[in-house]
Design a protein. Structure first.
Length: 159
């Protein structure tokens, strides 16, 4: 598997490559994640599959996969609302579920694992085949204005 000449190139650079670089180079750039819970409703639902691009640059408004700052074994899906010094302010799209930066604060850069590119919604027995075909695979769109406006206005009302 792979390119025949590529191993020779890696062998030449291998002496100067650090351990972290070798680990990152060996990690696949894309992966899948499964949504559990209601924090990203209406954008994402429980059971949706997400195509994630790891180590991808994040911009405000992107849906990201990140490690929870206090429970590092817990992976979460949130929207990157605002860039702050040393990290990101992450919010869920569902304002009634407070399991986001409103609860645990800023998330450091190294805990943000990747950016969600698309979602796949598995077919359930309730949906029609035609309806499912049109909505099963969708890109995850940028909703920056709704998230940022909601987060700033909520903090102002709380004070």
């Amino acid at each position: 598997m792979g390119h025949p000449g590529r191993s020779a190139q890696h062998a030449q650079r291998g002496a100067s490559m650090r351990t972290e670089d070798a680990t990152l180079a060996a990690a696949p750039p894309f992966g899948w994640a499964v949504v559990q819970g209601p924090s990203m409703v209406p954008t994402l639902r429980d059971g949706d599959r997400l195509l994630v691009r790891y180590s991808s640059p994040v911009r405000p408004g992107d849906v990201v996969v990140a490690r929870h700052p206090f429970q590092q074994d817990l992976i979460m899906v949130k929207r990157a609302a605002q860039r702050r010094d040393g990290g990101w302010w992450l919010l869920g799209d569902n304002p009634y579920v407070p399991n986001d930066s409103r609860e645990f604060g800023m998330v450091p850069d190294d805990l943000v694992l990747g950016r969600v590119l698309a979602r796949y919604r598995p077919r359930n027995s309730y949906s029609s085949t035609v309806g499912w075909l049109f909505g099963a695979v969708r890109p995850v769109r940028l909703r920056l204005s709704a998230v940022v406006d909601r987060s700033f206005s909520r903090r102002l009302r709380a004070r």
